[in-house]
Design a protein around this ligand. Structure first.
Ligand code: OXD
Length: 309
């Protein structure tokens, strides 16, 4: 098989070495190779420009090098080729660790101490919340969201969840759907968004949503930047000085140098690293999928094209 690899990851060389080892007997091709793109069977990609994608006219399957697939679905030349996303326990654990770090930062007021250290101030702050006193709302209960919710619950946080479509799956926490989103927002002290980028989720976290959040709460976005209306957030922060935000994803990445978010004291920024793609386990996952494809010849996409994730 001819396998095309594309990413702009800083550790691309390492990816290629391990891919070549794992997919021994097959050809791994990159844009640096002078290869007939029409002979490519499989594409392993992250943020591939459409100008290249449209040349891969005979691919049978696409592997997304991340949990999300919006970078593929938005390509004008994408035409229903089956897609597999990375479903990796290591990725889920990283996402959980990141969410927890931001929750604890807010809960234990660590930013205040960091700031006061700069000013050599001995802050005499006497109140922080216990886990059981906080309700964390998980917005988006997919493969990663459900895991984060369960892990937080194990740590004694009150956990509630939000899902666009109703579910029959039993969970130990309350799940709200579309009609009850206001209840979900009102009840949460902290909201963690792990939503995918779809038509339904576009700008879901807007003025109306933010106004319903508690005045002194925390919003964490580790899903997709498209679900947050950035202007509405800036305006919300102007009148709510005790509202905090932690953002790992943005409408446009990398975040522009002159973006207002960078300098806002209530916003913590990380550069889309909440769940970096783990090389070894992801390649292992893709290889297993690859074997079932070449053995069964039947390819069933991971992605529901109607829902967009
Ligand atoms: C993503 C990822 O899909 O980082 O955003 O995996």
């Amino acid at each position: 098989m001819n396998i095309f690899y594309y990413s702009k990851f800083s550790n691309e060389t390492e990816w290629l070495i391990i891919l070549k080892k794992k997919f021994k007997g097959h050809k791994i091709i990159t844009i640096k190779d002078n290869f007939d793109y029409q002979k490519i069977d499989i594409a392993i990609i992250w943020n591939l420009p459409n100008s290249i994608f449209k040349k891969l006219s005979n691919i049978k399957v696409i592997f997304s090098l991340g949990a999300g697939v919006d970078h593929i679905l938005k390509l004008p030349s994408y035409n229903k080729t089956p897609i597999f996303r990375i479903k990796d326990p290591n990725m889920r654990e990283r996402m959980f660790n990141h969410a927890l770090s931001q929750i604890l930062n807010y809960q234990l007021k660590l930013n205040f101490y960091q700031n006061s250290q700069q000013k050599k101030l001995w802050l005499d702050e006497r109140k922080t919340m216990l886990n059981k006193e906080l309700t964390v709302g998980i917005l988006g209960l997919g493969y990663i969201g459900e895991y984060v919710a369960k892990k937080l619950q194990n740590l004694n946080y009150n956990v509630i969840g939000y899902k666009n479509s109703p579910t029959l799956k039993k969970n130990n926490f309350k799940i709200f759907t579309k009609k009850k989103i206001t209840h979900f927002i009102f009840s949460s002290d902290i909201i963690v968004s792990i939503l995918p980028s779809t038509k339904e989720t576009k700008d879901l976290i807007n003025k109306k949503f933010l106004t319903k959040m508690k005045k002194n709460s925390l919003l964490i976005n580790i899903g997709r930047g498209s679900s947050l209306n950035e202007k509405d957030l800036i305006n919300h922060l102007k009148i709510n000085c005790n509202f905090f935000v932690s953002l790992d994803v943005f409408k446009k990445e990398p975040l522009a140098k002159n973006h207002k978010f960078w300098r806002h004291p209530n916003i913590t920024i990380t550069p889309h690293i909440a769940a970096i793609t783990d090389i070894d386990s992801s390649i292992e996952y893709m290889y297993k999928r690859f074997l079932t494809i070449i053995n069964n010849k039947k390819i069933k996409s991971d992605v529901n094209l109607k829902k967009g994730y």
